[in-house]
Design a protein around this ligand. Structure first.
Ligand code: NAD
Length: 485
């Protein structure tokens, strides 16, 4: 085992869980055992909540300009430790080193946004009648929780940590049990940056901890990022306990390619979008809808896909079950009559035989009813559906239950606008394969890709992590008299 057994992080210290059950943490890159993660109990969660509750009065009363100083230092520490953090992220998640560097750079950008919050959360003030004013202020909620998935071990935690904490809340983080190491390192950096003990806590585990978070009477808000199946469970359970909840789910993103799209640029974007992070991104292109004759573009996509080499510029998928699931989808499509143009099944990387790799896969002549067209595959696979018109393409895109992202590749501005108006997704790309809005814009999908109001990052997150206090004030207490009268 490369690293010591993982512990929870409560009140500024790493502590053992109250139970001895653990799960192995295995590197997808080579199958080596990295560590063991505790499957904590509701009792451990409660200990963390009590620590967060104790820290809240002082932290929430610390002026925001002072609170964000921690995040200026944290940003510097992320920069200083970028290489080590990126290596850890690759090791536990399986993505390539350069993808992990990009992930840590995104953490830095998210933190940079949090340092600007004092400029963005000023309240409003208006004299609503003579001598009487109304003012608003954003007030922190209290103890909040963040439940995160495996595919971005550092970035998704940082969607919530800097904003929620800079806005005055105290947090319980529940990392994915598949990639629990990066979060522990983030806790150390937050402490080094001067975050007071108890403001940020980590409780490891799986279903039991997630359920305990939803049920705990002292947790005010729950943010969740993961699959749609679990997002629904968490959203229902947390709101059933009258908590504020924002639950981001899975995705099936469609790229619509029009015949006038620039072939080289489009092919590069499609290939990068479907294969980046081994296709394990909620913003990955999963289905390409070719409108009219897109044969030259499909040829180029195959050329691009063949340049993507597992173990070199393509990472591993998270585990054996994922590899098997992805390969099953490809086999099913083949049986259903689709044509496999580039086949990533049975991939082995020499010297890393226990790694879980799937090569880039391009499947053509997929029809909308096939499972590869309908379901989230979460692997480096693109399913190409052929249509004759833009409206047919939109009908297919609109019919999918998810709504994270959709993109169009065209040189026709009017046609791009037509698709922006009609695609049923929260994030739209025009000639952009992974249309992640950068801060201060916010991240969040529609339909079954998100449950709850608002988005998780950027300006929209301010509303989620705070409640608005409205005061109506007459400073001159004398009846019938004010300074204007
Ligand atoms: P997951 O839903 O399996 O797990 C997410 C979290 O929920 C983990 O912390 C896990 O421990 C916990 N969990 C798992 N099963 C549970 C259950 N039955 N009850 C309660 N808690 C449970 O997701 P994952 O496999 O870790 O991540 C991949 C999924 O996340 C994909 O569907 C992907 O699209 C999605 N995702 C979405 C976004 C987005 O912004 N919409 C971003 C990243 C990932």
């Amino acid at each position: 085992m490369k690293y010591p057994a993982i512990q929870n992080y409560i009140n500024g210290k790493f502590v053992n869980a109250s139970v001895s059950t653990t799960m192995d943490v295995v590197s997808p890159l080579d199958g080596n055992l990295l560590s063991k993660v505790p499957m904590s109990s509701a009792k451990d969660l409660n200990t963390a909540v009590q620590a967060a509750l104790a820290a809240f009065p002082t932290w929430s009363k610390t002026p925001i300009k002072e609170r964000v100083q921690v995040f200026f230092r944290y940003k510097y520490l992320l920069e200083k430790n970028l290489k080590e953090l990126a290596e850890l992220c690759s090791e536990e998640n399986g993505k390539t080193y350069s993808e992990s560097v990009a992930e840590i750079e995104k953490c830095i950008e998210l933190t940079e946004f949090a340092t600007s919050l004092p400029q963005l959360v000023t309240g409003e003030l208006l004299e609503v009648s003579r001598g009487v004013e109304c003012r608003t202020e954003h007030v922190p909620l209290g103890v909040v929780a963040s439940i995160v998935p495996f595919n971005f071990p550092a970035m998704v935690p940082n969607w919530t940590i800097p904003n929620a904490i800079a806005l005055g809340n105290c947090m319980i983080m529940k990392p994915s049990e598949k990639v629990p190491l990066s979060c522990g390192r983030l806790a150390e950096l937050l402490k080094e940056a001067g975050l007071p003990d108890g403001v940020f806590n980590i409780v490891h585990g799986d279903v039991e901890i997630v359920e305990a978070i939803c049920d705990h009477p002292k947790i005010e808000a729950v943010s969740f990022v993961g699959s749609t199946k679990v997002a629904k469970i968490v959203y229902q359970r947390a709101t059933n306990h009258y908590k504020r909840c924002l639950a981001l789910g899975g995705a099936k993103n469609h790229l619509m390619v029009l015949p006038d799209a620039i072939p080289g640029m489009t092919a590069q974007n499609v290939a990068a979008s479907m294969s980046g992070c081994a296709g394990q991104r909620c913003m990955a292109a999963s289905a390409m809808i070719g409108v009219g004759n897109v044969d030259p573009i499909v040829d180029k996509i195959c050329e691009e896909a063949r340049k993507i080499i597992p173990g070199v510029n393509l990472g591993a998928v998270i585990n054996k079950e994922s590899k098997e699931r992805i390969e099953r989808y490809i086999t099913e499509a083949e049986k259903d009559g689709a044509i496999i143009l580039v086949d990533g099944r049975n991939t082995k990387v020499s010297g890393k035989e226990n790694g879980t790799y799937v090569g880039p896969t391009v499947i053509d002549y997929v029809t909308p009813e096939m499972s590869v067209a309908r379901e989230e595959i979460f692997g480096p696979v693109i399913s190409i559906i052929r249509t004759n018109t833009v409206d047919e393409a939109l009908t297919i895109e609109n019919a999918n239950p998810y709504g994270n992202a959709a993109s169009v590749f065209t040189q026709n501005g009017g046609m791009a606008r037509y698709i922006i108006d009609r695609a049923s997704a929260g994030m739209i790309g025009v000639n952009v394969g992974v249309p992640v809005p950068r801060e201060p814009f916010s991240f969040g999908g529609w339909n079954e890709s998100k449950f709850g109001v608002g988005d998780i990052t950027g300006k929209s997150s301010i509303e989620f992590w705070t409640k608005l206090k409205k005061s109506t004030i007459k400073w001159n207490a004398e009846a019938g008299v004010n300074w204007m009268s």
